[in-house]
Design a protein around this ligand. Structure first.
Ligand code: HSE
Length: 298
């Protein structure tokens, strides 16, 4: 009647895939305990790590739990304990991890009535509370693992994309907060046709590179001509970090989700470690605190 779960952090957008592509970081994440109770409803009983609301309707994990609870109409209630490790506003899917954790755990306790795609649908409600819009590019990789492509949010349609076996991600997380809603607010509503052509060429070839484990094609495709020019201004030393990791031989780099985290992809662990060193060199010279993680993409 109780389950303890790990809800992973994720990198959304992956350079050219704004709002549709993401991958899972299975070494960083939140923990949650979900418990079936006789008392009906959704009750958040414990939150550790960050100061977040206990009222279910105001809490990201609570909102997605309520969406599933209202659909399932179970003959019980649920208690949720949240042990939050992923800092909100860090750009590695903090709200998505919360939104996914509650519904994933409840689904297990109910005997898995819902598919992963249906869980994503419930979790979108929680994510929307945090980011003020419906996007599932952090939710889907947290639920499915690996790389996912959100073909559509309405109706919800998720594709799982394979990862080459030696693909690693290095993520630097400067300890400043960028709110997703604000990082979305500064984006243009329209894009020039030539930029759109460049972006969908890169995106299509990135998906091809992932499918065929062609690191050269992946490397050529990791560019973002639409979002990065705007959002990179919100991230201190973004350009320096990017230049430094590319010089170290990273396949590519970009803003993780809506920032401020920056991700780089590498072929092999050795290169990922060199990339970590390059990121470290740039940020050690600043007064901004930071953390760097390396993870294999499965
Ligand atoms: N695709 C979303 C955005 C992800 O970039 O706004 C937010 O983490």
């Amino acid at each position: 009647n109780e389950i303890k779960i790990f809800s992973p952090a994720t990198v959304a957008n992956v350079a050219c895939g704004f709002d549709v592509l993401g991958f899972c970081l299975d070494s960083i994440g939140d923990e949650m305990v979900i418990r079936k109770t006789d008392k009906k409803g959704i009750h958040i009983t414990k939150i550790e790590g960050f100061d977040l609301p206990f009222e279910a309707a105001l809490n990201v994990a609570g909102v997605s739990a309520l969406a599933m609870y209202e659909a399932a109409k179970p003959d019980c209630g649920f208690e949720i304990e949240i042990y939050k490790n992923i800092k909100p506003g860090s750009g590695i899917g903090s709200s998505a991890a919360s939104a996914v954790g509650s519904v994933f755990g409840m689904n297990e306790l109910l005997g898995r009535p819902y598919s992963k795609t249906e869980l994503t649908q419930f979790a979108i409600k929680g994510e929307a509370l945090a980011s003020k819009c419906d996007h599932a590019d952090n939710l889907a990789p947290a639920i499915f693992g690996g790389f996912t492509l959100v073909k559509s949010v309405s109706p919800i349609d998720i594709l799982e994309i394979p990862s080459p076996k030696d693909l690693y991600a290095t993520i630097i997380h400067p300890q400043i907060e960028v709110k997703t809603s604000e990082a979305r607010g500064i984006l243009p509503k329209e894009v020039p046709l030539q930029d759109a052509i460049t972006q969908w060429a890169n995106f299509g070839s990135l998906i091809h590179g992932l499918h065929t484990s062609d690191y050269n094609v992946i490397q050529k495709s990791l560019h973002d001509v639409i979002v990065e020019p705007y959002r990179s201004q919100l991230i201190p030393h973004y350009k320096e970090v990017k230049e430094a990791v590319l010089e170290q031989g990273a396949l590519g780099a970009g803003i993780s989700g809506s920032g401020p985290s920056i991700f780089a992809l590498s072929k092999g662990l050795e290169n990922a470690k060199n990339v970590k060193e390059a990121m470290n060199n740039v940020y050690s010279k600043t007064k901004i605190a930071f953390e760097i993680h390396i993870t294999k993409i499965n």
